[in-house]
Design a protein around this ligand. Structure first.
Ligand SMILES: [Zn+2]
Length: 211
């Protein structure tokens, strides 16, 4: 895991703070459910950060700025490298029925009425003070469920004007191309995303397949 994190890069030409420090900081923030970059910054004086990061916790502004300059493909490669290592070391045993489910699920990351970016989705919400435009981001994630723990394989942002199913299909197409041949998937237990009311869906793969 440590070597995978150390391999991540971002677009800064001469980074003063290593990308791995940024990624480790964000990892701790999510695992400990600190909730926001500013909430993490409030804990900068804690010795835990220096022990884990071997460096001081960067400011909230730095964490956000550097994270926005990371190429998603480098993160995807790290996730797939992790998966490959676990698979090679036989650390991803299937459940007792022998099939490994791949779950595609939509998650809304955050929402706000105060600021937005070009990639934001938006909706109109009604409040006691009238109607407001709310901006939000939603991703579909691909999670492989082994017997002992789930592993994140990939994620894809939902684009403006499309629903989660379209996002899920784009994600699935890329994932199958990246990992192995689609023909290795079991056709006996299909659950390909359809135009249904929910995007949460699972696909079962034969244990002899890449999954
Ligand atoms: Zn946005």
């Amino acid at each position: 895991m440590g070597s995978l994190l150390d391999g991540l890069t971002d677009a800064r030409p001469q980074p003063r703070i290593a990308t791995s420090v940024i990624v480790r900081s964000l990892l701790v923030m999510f695992v400990t459910r600190l909730g926001s970059l500013n909430a993490a910054e409030q804990t900068r004086s804690s010795s835990v950060w220096r022990r884990f990061l071997k460096d001081a916790l960067p400011s909230a502004d730095t964490l956000g700025r550097v994270a926005s300059q990371m190429e998603p493909d480098t993160v995807r490669k790290a996730l797939l490298d992790l998966y490959t290592d676990l698979k090679r070391n036989k650390a991803l045993p299937p459940p007792s029925h022998g099939l490994m489910p791949l779950v595609l699920d939509g998650h809304e990351m955050h929402s706000t009425e105060h600021r937005h970016c070009p990639a934001c989705l938006q909706r109109t919400i009604s409040t006691a003070h009238g109607e407001h435009t709310q901006y939000y981001h939603r991703h579909v994630v691909a999670m492989l469920l082994s017997r002992d723990f789930p592993i994140l394989l990939d994620a894809e942002p939902q684009r403006s004007g499309e629903d989660e199913i379209a996002t899920a299909l784009r994600l699935l197409e890329r994932l199958l191309k990246t990992i192995r041949e689609p023909s290795t998937w079991s056709s006996a237990t299909p659950c390909i995303p359809t135009r249904a009311s929910t995007t949460s869906c699972s696909i079962m793969a034969k244990t002899s397949s890449p999954f």
